[in-house]
Design a protein around this ligand. Sequence first.
Ligand code: ADP
Ligand code: MG
Length: 574
Amino acid sequence: MASETKSEMKSKVSDLRERYERLQALHSVTVALNTTLDPREVVNLVLREAVRVTRADSGSVVLLNPDTGRLDVDASFGLDPKIMQVKLRLGEGVTGWVAEHGRPLRVGDVTHERRYVAVREGVRSELAVPLEFEGQVQGVLNVDSDRLDAFGVADEELLVALAAQAARVLHNAWLIRQLRQRAAQLETLITIGQDILLPLTLEEVLRHIVREARRLMRARLCSALLLTPDREELELKASDGAGEDYVRRPNLKVDDCLVGVVVRRKRPLAVRNVQESDQYQHTELARREGLVSLLSVPLVSGDEAIGVLSVYTAEPHRFSNDEILLLTALAGLGSVAVRKAQLYEKVVDVEEQLRQNEQLSALGLLAAEIAHEIRNPLTIVKMLFHSLDLRFDGGDPRTKDSRIIEEKMDQMNRILDQVLTFARRSEPELKPADVNALFDDVLLLVRHKLAQQNIALQWRPAPDLPRALLDRTQIEQAALNLILNAVQAMPRGGTLTITTEPRDAGVCVVITDTGVGMTAEVRQRLFDGFLTTKRTGTGLGLAVVRKIIDAHHGRIEVESAPGKGTTFRVFLPA
Ligand code: ADP
Ligand code: MG
């Protein structure tokens, strides 16, 4: 020890000081790294510190791109900005070698290194270490120097330690970004799910879905195609990010287009590059619109495919399972929207059906009345005919005639019996029922129509309503009649108020509209039948309502004046 010279001591101290400074640098980077969750910031910070502590002249960080399998330059220091466009293959250059082998590489003189690829003139030596977490290489940290042999073992150790810290933080930052993305995806799925419940049209819902799908998948274009009714073609229903050519493209034939497979097999399909696929029909269009990778999933209703939802990226992209699941979930919501729109179309038919029902019911009532009126005189005719007690001689042809008269009278009687039995079958089948639940169902049918016509609904069911004795089908028909009359009385919107309340051992339903109202003249003949003030009315609705309520031993009252709206009160015994 004593033999140590002063200069040796000095160099030891300076060595120690240098090590101390480096550890200090490593420590401060580690602290700084742990305060950020932004991958970009992590990369920049690490590179800056790496260049500083190794006294390098330039440096870069490259990251492995899972989509392309290439190494993309993610950050650079002291290099031409064009370097950012460089994409290395694994194994290419010193950097590529480090990424491939997951080991550091120190090059004292780049002119003697076969693997070296020049990125800047003047570089003499280089040090590259892998960014690695849990055995997975994420990228490479590089520093270069203009001096020969600029980096020593200590630099390598330091950089390896720095890279290990950075890799761990990067991994976490990516994980968190992924989680945030998932949260955003879930949120979107939930809002779209809620939107589907709103009275939006099919087109509106699909437009919303393609917009969100494009945003969530960071896609260039997203489109929804539905099968035409003959199931032979796919028609574009909504798109986001599409150019005019794409929008104007003719329908696709299911049997000879690429996404037709998605419909036929009801399975997702991913194509790495549609511009290079010989099965993709519109490669020219894809090139013009910059469409590269395609992911297409089926829209399914029940067991049947009804269309496809597709996203295209602007860069080559390998779709992960998560992305396929996400698009499938969005397609699921799209399918629900389609189904809902189809059901609404049916609901709109309700009015037409009701009109036919009105006519049929009225005709039935008429037929029963006529049958009844004929049966009485016929019974008398038959009686009188028998009392005539007609008898003729053996060969007299009138014997046959009188037998035919008798037969025909029996036949008429049978027909009348049939008509009357049929009419009796439309007598109500009374069962105790929940009037509130019945109105819930009826209102479900007209909800879309009310929204369409700007009519606010105030539905106030009484909480403790006794059950009423009623024939559900008939009362439903009567309720629909009254509600649709109210709707027709409010062509420019208004409020429809429906209340139920218990009343004298029964149930009272009050239906009030803020519509055109009616004159005293109309009000007096309201239930007579064939009275209508509408162009397409039958004038039978209220006549049928009256018959139904009468058959239930109920009452119906009306209160109305022109311009003042109308209130109908229906009383049904419990
Ligand atoms: P339709 O609806 O086919 O005209 P209805 O028997 O249902 O036949 O109604 C007869 C007439 O009564 C209607 O044409 C209309 O003039 C009048 N009316 C019925 N309900 C209302 C109402 N809520 N507000 C105003 N007028 C009504
Ligand atoms: Mg009517």
